[in-house]
Design a protein around this ligand. Sequence first.
Ligand SMILES: NC(=O)c1ccc[n+]([C@@H]2O[C@H](COP(=O)([O-])OP(=O)(O)OC[C@H]3O[C@@H](n4cnc5c(N)ncnc54)[C@H](O)[C@@H]3O)[C@@H](O)[C@H]2O)c1
Length: 250
Amino acid sequence: MEPGRRFAGKSIIVTGGASGIGRATALRLAAEGGQVLAFDLNGDALAALADECPAIRVRTGSASDEDAVGAIVKDWAAEAGGIDVLVNMAGIIRSGHAADMSLDDFMRCVTVNLGSTFLMCRAALPYLEQARGNIVNAASTSSHFGHPFLTGYAASKGAVAAFTQSLAWEYLKRGVRVNAVAPGGIETPLAKSVQTGMVEGADWELYNHLSPINGFAPPDRIAGVIAMLASEDGAHMNGAIVRVDGGVHA
Ligand SMILES: NC(=O)c1ccc[n+]([C@@H]2O[C@H](COP(=O)([O-])OP(=O)(O)OC[C@H]3O[C@@H](n4cnc5c(N)ncnc54)[C@H](O)[C@@H]3O)[C@@H](O)[C@H]2O)c1
């Protein structure tokens, strides 16, 4: 393993690869020699990514659609000769008063954030087991700390953390590591939408303790931690939920 080329010869899938943390991760892992497929709903943003970095392959589709996931994972494994690393960053956020929220709105976060993580892992695990590879999921500071007016989102992220730890145990003897990052305060469209799209009447005093004290950080702060977890540098990390939030919850 050459320093700075930790992913040479590795086949990688990044969901949510068109924006924010997923995009920064796709670029970072490709820069370190990885053969990267970025998978996202947003075809225009994927095309812009491919323009910026022609080495990255892109596929448009939903990571919470069972058929699309099955086809994309199978095709990529055939094209790239297997799968070594799966990074699940696709995600959405919705704000609302818990007492007013419809079951559909609540479940939307669960279906996308948790459902896509499950579907991608399920489809990729046979290849990852063969490669003795690893998975990095997107938890959140809301996996462990209350996020008022974001109950559906927080519930989905708590479940992603529990899923990550359970899968890590299940595959402990089968050579697949499973970790998650728990970001907070990363400057992306998703984080911005909380500031601009918070439900009317939300009490900001309850929410403000979650704001990063030293300001929002760029997505590559998380991409670097994901690269560590997914590389040999993270070989002794398994079932870890790694908080990267500028110290908000220190
Ligand atoms: N930004 C933060 O501070 C922060 C904090 C904690 C956790 N996270 C998590 O990190 C992950 C990345 O978030 P981000 O901040 O980079 O957001 P982002 O909005 O910049 O990127 C999310 C991407 O996921 C894609 N996506 C959404 N639903 C999809 C689906 N069904 N199939 C495929 N792609 C889909 C979107 O098109 C978008 O490109 C998310 O899971 C988010 O919950 C972010």
